[in-house]
Write a protein that binds this ligand. Structure first.
Ligand code: 2DT
Ligand code: MG
Length: 188
């Protein structure tokens, strides 16, 4: 159908909630159903900016907090022309984290209890502590109160297959709705 655009399907949530597994499965299922679908992830660690972020997350380098935040943002902006092009061509994009992680994780950093910072958690990437993840979850919950963004909450504690099926059905609905909304609305 002429002019049909793709949907931007973003999976957000805490670390280890299964976003990466689910986004891969979703892309495969959408393709099987005859949709065009591609996978994106943020941070995208393969670019120059992504390499700086990866090194920071792996605690191999330190960086000033505001600078890190802006690098995460730049890491998305460098993909925006690609994202717009794909969506306008009718390709559905499944995105493993997006700007909502940017807000939730930076605000978690600002609110993190001193106690958690002191305790530390060795051998893990930066942000992979319980206290930090709980703060980030609160950030996500606040962002989800913006109903204009059409959030759907999925209980990730169930089996991979059950979670997948729910996400697949929600995505089919999103794809059907997106086709009739102009792309411009995404970028306000
Ligand atoms: P992965 O485990 O998904 O690779 O993420 N993060 C992510 C931010 O702090 N800001 C952002 O803008 C984004 C997209 C969340 C690595 C960590 O990066 C955090 C976890
Ligand atoms: Mg991680």
């Amino acid at each position: 159908m002429a002019g049909r655009r793709g949907a931007l399907i973003v999976l957000e949530g805490m670390d280890r909630s299964g976003k990466t597994t689910q986004s891969r499965r979703l892309v495969a299922a959408l393709r099987t159903a005859g949709h065009r679908a591609e996978l994106l992830r943020f941070p995208e660690r393969s670019t120059e900016i992504g390499k700086l972020l990866s090194s920071y997350l792996e605690k191999k380098s330190d960086m000033e907090d505001h600078s890190v935040h802006l690098l995460f943002s730049a890491n998305r902006w460098e993909r925006v022309p690609f994202i717009k092009e794909k969506l306008s061509q009718g390709v559905n994009l499944v995105v493993d984290r997006y700007a909502f992680s940017g807000v939730a994780f930076t605000s978690a950093k600002e609110l993190q209890l001193a106690e958690a910072a002191a305790r530390g958690e060795f051998g893990l990437e930066r942000y992979e502590s319980r206290a930090f993840q709980e703060q980030a979850l609160e950030g996500f919950q606040q962002l989800m109160s913006d109903t204009s963004l059409n959030w759907k909450t999925v209980d990730a504690s169930r089996s991979i297959e059950d979670v997948h099926e729910e996400i697949r059905v929600l995505s089919e609905e999103a794809i059907a709705c997106a086709a009739w909304r102009p792309l411009g609305e995404l970028w306000k």
